[in-house]
Design a binder for this molecule. Structure first.
Ligand code: TXA
Ligand code: MG
Length: 352
């Protein structure tokens, strides 16, 4: 199949809406990451999403809408969900709500709840309004790769597999939406994202965070969200997160870099702008400013893809506190590193 990569203008939006009506797949930008969309009410179209991504059938999809009125046909909206929609939609928040029977089981992997999201990206909104259908869309990457934050990333993964990629430039948030389970009491964050726990607590009296957000699932632990079971975002090289104060972290990263190079490996250090001078002489890439973790969120997936393109064997990265959007960053980074960490402060204590 030939894949078209088209700038998001009127013509492209009409074409995309037509393709969706005909049961075809279209990749499109959202404020979080690019999505791979199909008509959520068309079982065959939804099945082709799983095929194009190489995604396991038991991992449910999020349904995207542009208008509040679309909700009542698709799911049951509680008063609390209503408040959250008012506060955070359109935006990077997915609500898990009891589904109605029009939604085919293939969308939710036969779960009784459906993930609903109203994206804020102007191109996503224009597409959803033009077509009028609810659109099921996972991130537009091949399963196991980092989510795409540029049309170029989608091209790398989907060229030849789908008819159209709508190019809307770089995604602003850079990590996927917050997934909030509204069927549990209190509501539970299954996946942290752009809408932070702190923000949710301005509307909800209480919210919990699934235990496995910052650690691997235990062997017998049930995955609340099937997506948690799968290995995610892992670069080919070995990624290690280095915790501790800068005065300990930076010399340790430099030392580890030297050891890798001495063994004939390719290596890269991911560090904040202020720290780059201390790592002079090493191959480094910037995580942006430590004081603006949104910058790290925005570039994280692109950096992980670059590690593969440059065939980097060994990667060390600085970390951020797991607060605000930092929780989403540490969730994605932790998974990418298979939770391999070094505590530079501890190692400093141990060294003679
Ligand atoms: O920002 C986003 O959410 C992007 C854009 C395209 O909207 N979409 C996205 O979709 O990240 P996906 O499929 O890559 O991730 C959806 C996550 C998966 O981990 C899935 O298991 C979980 O949400 N999920 C979806 N529906 C669910 C449900 N009914 N119950 C539990 N988990 C669900
Ligand atoms: Mg995904």
């Amino acid at each position: 199949m030939e894949t078209m990569l088209m700038t998001a203008d009127e013509t492209t939006i009409s074409l995309a809406a037509d393709l969706w009506r005909k049961g075809q797949l279209v990749a499109f930008p959202t404020e979080t990451v690019y999505g791979l969309g199909a008509n959520a009410l068309d079982e065959d179209a939804v099945k082709s999403i799983f095929k194009a991504k190489g995604r396991p059938q038991d991992n449910p999809l999020i349904v995207h809408i542009a208008r509040r009125e679309q909700m009542d046909d698709l799911c049951i909206v509680s008063p609390m969900a209503e408040k959250l929609m008012e506060a955070f939609w359109p935006g990077p928040l997915t609500l898990l709500l009891p589904k109605k029977s029009v939604i085919p089981n293939v969308v939710t992997a036969s779960l009784p709840s459906v993930g609903m999201r109203m994206p804020s990206h102007p191109v996503a909104r224009a597409l959803l309004l033009k077509c009028g259908l609810p659109i099921a869309a996972p991130s537009a990457n091949r399963s196991g790769k980092p989510s795409p934050t540029l049309a170029q990333h989608v091209w790398e993964d989907m060229e030849g597999r789908i008819p159209l990629i709508v190019n809307g430039g770089a995604c602003q948030v850079g990590v996927e939406s917050t997934v909030l389970d509204m069927t549990s009491n209190p509501p539970c964050i299954l996946r942290p994202g752009g809408v932070t726990p702190e923000m949710l607590l301005t509307v909800l009296p209480q919210v919990t965070v699934a235990g496995s957000v910052l650690r691997p699932l235990h062997v017998d632990e049930p995955a609340l969200s099937p997506g948690m079971r799968y290995k995610h975002y892992a670069p080919k090289g070995a990624l290690t997160l280095v915790m501790g104060t800068d005065e300990n972290v930076l010399p340790l990263m430099k030392k580890k870099y030297g050891e890798a190079i001495a063994k004939g490996k390719t290596a890269c250090l991911l560090a904040f702008d202020d720290c780059l001078p201390a790592l002079a002489g090493c191959h480094t890439l910037s995580l942006g400013q430590l004081t603006h973790p949104e910058e790290m969120a925005n570039r994280l997936f692109d950096l992980l893809r670059r590690m593969d393109q440059e065939n980097i064997d060994v990667i060390y990265s600085q970390v951020v506190p797991a607060q605000g959007v930092g929780l989403a960053i540490m969730n994605r980074l932790g998974r990418a590193a298979a939770f391999h960490t070094l505590d530079a402060n501890e190692m400093e204590k141990e060294s003679p």
